[in-house]
Design a protein around this ligand. Structure first.
Ligand SMILES: [Fe+2]
Ligand SMILES: [Fe+2]
Length: 256
């Protein structure tokens, strides 16, 4: 668990991202040569998530640098590197399954446009919607892929996303701490509504893949909303009281 106690407080997160990068380099890649067997509907879903993971993060890095916290900006660079690694691993997994990547998808274009148009705080809120939804999807893939290579990739992505969510929550808590409490509560309510909207788009667009992975639409939405509730609680948590409570193993459901 990463804990940062001082005002800016991202030294611990920076250390965590650096340690993860070292651990990743030491562990090396999954054994791509063993190949993967994936249903066409799951392949299509992975292709869309792969597009979402890809990107250079230049806008986010620029905003983080302008925020004036060098440790946070350095941590954001390493966060972007992890997301790029997700895109690379999903690309390799698709390749191992005999499928290619796709260049673009409308759902990603909407997210990117919404994020770039706003300041750091709103960009993080939009990004956190995608992170919470990705958590739900990679957990479904981890538990339901029925393929060892896909499960290994999903497990690695899931472990990273479980760190990304509290990392963004930490920065959003700082960004919202001077906002009057009723306004902050309204912002978090709007954010949770955006997560619900995003989850509904995913079940409409990826319903067949989710079913194939053993996730009913209702359960997927429930899982994502539980993650969103926990993240909102973390963002509104008063400084110094408790900490992000969970460092779950891949596969454990929220609150269980
Ligand atoms: Fe990711
Ligand atoms: Fe992420």
């Amino acid at each position: 668990m990463v804990t940062d106690t001082k005002a800016g407080g991202f030294a611990g997160w920076l250390r965590d991202f650096e340690e993860q990068a070292r651990a990743r380099a030491a562990a090396g890649d999954p054994e791509w040569a063993r190949g993967a067997r994936l249903e066409p509907c799951v392949v299509r879903s992975l292709q869309r998530f792969q597009v979402g993971e890809d990107g250079d993060g230049a806008f986010l890095i620029g905003k983080a640098e302008r925020a004036g916290d060098a440790e946070y900006a350095a941590a954001v660079r390493l966060f972007i590197a992890e997301e790029q690694n997700h895109a690379r691993m999903l690309g390799r997994l698709l390749d191992a399954a005999g499928a290619g990547t796709i260049g673009a998808h409308w759902s990603d274009a909407i997210f990117v446009r919404a994020r770039r148009a706003m300041g750091l705080r709103v960009e993080l809120m939009v990004l956190l919607v995608a992170e919470v939804i990705a958590l739900g999807f990679y957990r479904a893939l981890y538990e339901g892929a029925g393929d060892p290579l896909a499960a290994e990739v999903a497990g690695r992505l899931l472990a990273d996303e479980r760190r990304h969510v509290p990392f963004h929550c930490r920065r959003m808590r700082q960004g919202l701490e001077r906002v009057p409490r009723p306004l902050r509560a309204a912002a978090l309510l709007a954010w949770r509504a955006a997560v619900a909207g995003g989850a509904l788009i995913i079940v409409a667009d990826h319903g067949r893949a989710l079913r194939r992975l053993g996730r009913g639409r209702a359960r997927f939405v429930r899982d994502v909303l539980a993650e969103a509730r926990a993240a909102a609680a973390e963002i509104s948590r008063p400084p110094g009281r408790g900490a992000w409570p969970r460092r779950r193993r891949p596969g454990r459901r929220p609150g269980r």
